[in-house]
Design a protein. Structure first.
Length: 98
């Protein structure tokens, strides 16, 4: 799977409070995900979680994900690509990571 081949939409990038890092919310085929990244001297990926608004199966890991505003489950298949996703977002939205 190449990130460039996916239909990534609804990208929102914000700085996190509590620790130095970023929260990247995005969707692929109407399913929501959150990439968490830390920042020390460089930005590094931490995790990718599901952020679904309805109970449904994830298109990548096939896990049944419940709607939840507090804690989302990690998407194990996207987690393996967390560095690729971070690189994609940094290339496409470099000003948001300054």
């Amino acid at each position: 799977m190449k990130i460039q081949d996916l239909d990534v939409q609804n990208v929102e990038i914000s700085r996190l409070g509590g620790y130095d890092g970023f929260k990247v919310c995005f969707s692929i085929n109407q399913q929501g995900y959150i990439l968490l990244a830390g920042k020390q001297e460089t930005v590094f990926p931490l995790s990718i979680k599901h952020a679904f608004i309805e109970k449904e199966k994830c298109q990548f890991c096939n896990k049944l994900v419940f709607k939840s505003a507090i804690s989302q489950q990690i998407c194990l298949n996207l987690l393996l690509k967390k560095s690729d996703f971070l690189a994609y977002f940094q290339q496409k939205y470099p000003e948001r990571f300054e």
